[in-house]
Design a protein. Sequence first.
Length: 193
Amino acid sequence: MTTANKITICRILLVPLFVVEVLYYTDNGNEVHRLVALLVFGLASLSDAIDGYLARRYNQHSELGRILDPLADKLLLIAGIVLLSLKNEPYLDRIPMWLTVTILSRDVLLVIGLAIIYYTYGKITVRPILIGKAATVLQMACVLWVLFKWPFKFLLGIAIAAAVSTGISGIWYILGGIRRLSASPSSSASTAE
């Protein structure tokens, strides 16, 4: 168990606290809950950078970390995106539902693709791409924008950029998965004897 993995596990444990604080705030409008939700989301986002730095700097890469790190990111982002796309008025603006559907659709398709590749190959290697990282940053920006209660008109622009980068990264990963499956001997047609 590396230090980077311990930080990632702490990040996963912050997700339920974030969810509870957002729900409390949207239920009664108590500003303390919104500020705690902001603090928890910010801390979890910062810990993502810290555990990545530790893993690279001190060579703490592990199989567990390769699974836990993206899982922690997804849990936090999906919790924030889904919760904040629900009806939270009058306390918070809503993240557009089309962004939520775009993100969830891409993630479901990627999980199905990963399962197929794992079944075919027995091992999965996913390398993050720049547009995928940009999508993650823009999704985080949407969550923070709503929690900070900044003007909705600008949120719409960030949401469009997040949706486009999410869609492009999804297409990129899907095409990479198709290329990998096409190269597999198990995808070739069998000859009848």
